[in-house]
Write a protein that binds this ligand. Structure first.
Ligand code: AMP
Length: 295
């Protein structure tokens, strides 16, 4: 029996200078930006990157970006496991894993970062996730732009799981005339409906059971989509209201039905595409999820 050739080891690149030296040999590049702790959602993005026509090399970046974490958020305890990530990338046929250190990405240190020039996400960066995480999207877009400048991808792949982030990346590419094509990939879920996320690793069994209220609420909203905005929101809210008193409880930050391009609330007579988005905390863990609907 012929043996399948074992997948080649991805090349681990630690610095922008090393990536620059390598870039000409990579051909057409598809970039998948991640914060590591790779799961099936990330793998789906990598598979989508590989399947793009005329892509020669998939580059996965692994970087927990301090610029997008608030002072009381989980930057320090965010899961990091580069060895396991490299193994996942090998299985997925990734050519290069770009895993810089903080000092490779941000010259100087925290003291100088407050003076840093950064991307302003505009009004769309102030609503929903942006309201609860001030400065978050400025930090995300700044690191994404830096990654684009370092890797110079032809294509970059993002998940619809972070729908507001995907919409803002598309907007940045358009507004700042960046020469890269953006591909969005539908949300990957575990069999019980929970959207896969690196932060799910924080959840204990009971917390995970409570967390299922997010996807259940979105499903209830989607099932009510023929009833228009009020029916969608009340169906989803009914599920979340029950989850507020679950053990452990689900504390909702927001539930909103928004325009996909601006993330502003849709009017009650809205027709066409909309995103039903939810964010909630279960114990110490903050989770987000969304579904696309047609009204
Ligand atoms: P993260 O490592 O959480 O920053 O995510 C890196 C990329 O993976 C982002 O584009 C996310 O939207 C995407 N992603 C994370 N979880 C999922 C998921 N469950 N389904 C699809 N894409 C995802």
């Amino acid at each position: 029996m012929p043996h399948a050739t074992p997948p080649a080891e991805p090349r681990l690149v630690r610095s922008p200078a090393e990536l620059a030296g390598l870039r000409a040999s990579l051909g057409r590049v598809a970039l998948v930006p991640t914060m590591g702790a790779l799961h099936t959602g990330h793998r789906r993005l990598i598979a989508a990157a590989r399947s793009r026509p005329s892509v020669d090399t998939v580059v996965v970046s692994v970087f927990v970006n301090p610029l997008q974490f608030g002072p009381s958020e989980d930057f320090e305890r965010y899961p990091r496991d580069l060895e396991t990530d490299l193994a996942a990338c090998r299985e997925e046929g990734v050519g290069v894993v770009f895993a810089p250190g903080v000092s490779d990405m941000y010259a100087g240190n925290d003291a100088t970062r407050e003076h840093m020039v950064r991307v302003d996400a505009g009004p769309m960066g102030d609503v929903l996730e942006g309201e609860f995480r001030p400065g978050f999207f400025d930090g995300v877009l700044t690191v994404v732009l830096k990654l684009f400048n370092i890797v110079r991808p032809d294509v970059a792949v993002f998940g619809q799981k972070d729908a507001q982030q995907l919409a803002l990346v598309r907007r940045m590419v358009r507004d700042l005339s960046l020469p890269v094509a953006i591909v969005g990939v539908p949300t990957v879920r575990d069999p019980d409906g929970l959207a896969t996320s690196s932060r799910n690793a924080y959840l204990g069994d009971a917390e995970r059971r409570s967390a299922l209220a997010l996807s259940r609420a979105l499903l209830a909203g989607a099932d009510a989509s023929v009833t228009g905005r009020p029916g969608i929101l009340s169906a989803a809210r009914a599920v979340l209201d029950k989850a507020r008193t679950a053990d452990p409880p689900v504390a909702v930050d927001y539930l909103a039905l928004v325009e996909p391009d601006t993330f502003t609330e849709v009017p009650s007579d809205h027709r066409g595409a909309a995103v039903l988005a939810v964010a909630a905390r279960v114990g110490q863990t903050r989770l987000i999820d969304n579904v696309w609907l047609t009204l």
